[in-house]
Design a binder for this molecule. Structure first.
Ligand code: SF4
Length: 353
């Protein structure tokens, strides 16, 4: 199988514009954010009210670029750091869970479960070097875990997203060993997937405190996470690989059971651009070019810029419960594919994968 060499990645104009920091990490000239976070001193105590912890967090986030500019040590870690602060805030959140827009407020540390069905540890499905991701990412150290915050009726990973596969319960220390192994087997990055990574935000932050290797992090999400999660990811994630699934809330509700998807998704894309580097995936659905593909691509061009890196995906196939909607029972037609490409051109997008 074809694999982009480092030279291919560095020389691709679209990659250079969208992912300059990621390239620098691969070259060893910059550090992944979780390593910087471990060295960024935080003055707080675990007992402080959550509002105080957030205040300190947001102030540190504002000063992050200044601290990053002077961080050079790859090894040292502090007990009280930006990463430990994130972990302590995330621990409060998981005990009244609001990691995603559903805001179930279940105490997952005490065994309660919300809509996603996730518990207090990872439900691990598999981890391996993935060669099917965007060229600049492969081989990508992809970690699949069970559970998801939405229910797309056509989900291709429904076995793990909807718990037909229960997974293996592992803790952050064990996950850190998996991450080390992925890096040592030649993966360019850590790709946190699912199901959906959002319910595991706390666990991923704890994991990255234990990881011994240096590896850029990819947040591979359906974009339906809460503002609190978006803030925790800021200054933690290097590259956001975000789905932009729907151009309106009716389609999001009917196909994915995701109320207010458009508001959450657009807010999270804006924050991803502000705090990291971004690749957007748009899965083109049959019969949805007018209601979804066009408004999505128009929004991206208008709000994130014409050089936003967008992967238009044409591999839709009916899976799981897709037969519930007539238009989703077939693959895309050639005309629909051409129409989606035409829309991308019309709205001025210049960085299509
Ligand atoms: S992550 Fe899961 S438990 Fe938490 S708010 Fe979302 S669906 Fe509910």
């Amino acid at each position: 199988m074809w694999r982009a060499t480092f030279q291919d990645v560095f020389n691709d104009e679209g990659v250079k514009i969208a992912l300059p920091r990621y390239i620098e990490i691969l070259k060893g000239k910059k550090l992944p954010k979780y390593i910087i976070d471990r060295q960024y001193p935080a003055l707080y105590t675990k007992e402080m009210p959550l509002t105080e912890l957030w205040k300190i967090h947001q102030k540190m986030l504002k000063n992050y670029p200044e601290f990053e500019a002077k961080t050079i040590d790859k090894k040292s870690a502090l007990d009280s750091s930006f990463l430990s602060l994130k972990s302590d805030i995330a621990e409060r959140i998981i005990s009244s869970c609001t990691f995603c827009e559903r805001r179930c407020k279940k105490n997952r540390l005490l065994g309660e479960k919300g809509y996603c069905g996730c518990g207090k540890n990872f439900s691990f499905s598999s981890a391996f070097p993935h060669f099917g991701e965007e060229p600049e990412l492969v081989p990508s150290g992809t970690v699949f875990t069970c559970g998801c915050t939405i229910k797309c009726i056509h989900c291709q990973n429904y076995e793990i997203s909807q718990w037909y596969d229960k997974g293996l319960e592992i803790n952050p220390k064990q996950m850190a060993t998996t991450v080390d192994n992925l890096k040592n087997s030649g993966c360019r990055n850590l790709n946190m997937v699912g199901g959906e990574p959002t319910p595991n935000t706390y666990l991923w932050i704890k994991t990255m405190n234990e990881v011994t290797v240096s590896i850029p992090t990819i947040w591979n999400s359906n974009s339906y996470y809460s503002l609190e999660t978006a803030n925790l990811l800021a200054g933690f994630i290097d590259v956001y690989l975000l789905d932009f699934k729907y151009g309106n809330n009716t389609c999001a509700q009917e196909i994915s059971d995701a109320p207010n998807y458009f508001e959450a998704c657009t807010r999270n894309h804006l924050m991803a651009k502000e705090h990291g580097e971004l690749i957007i995936r748009v899965l083109v659905l049959p019969g949805h070019n007018n209601c979804c593909t066009r408004p999505i691509l128009e929004w991206i061009a208008k709000n994130l810029g014409e050089w936003t890196r967008v992967n238009l995906l044409f591999q839709y196939r009916p899976e799981w419960q897709a037969s519930k909607r007539k238009e989703l029972t077939r693959k895309l037609s050639r005309d629909e594919i051409n129409e989606a490409l035409k829309i991308a051109k019309e709205v001025g997008l210049k960085n299509i994968v």
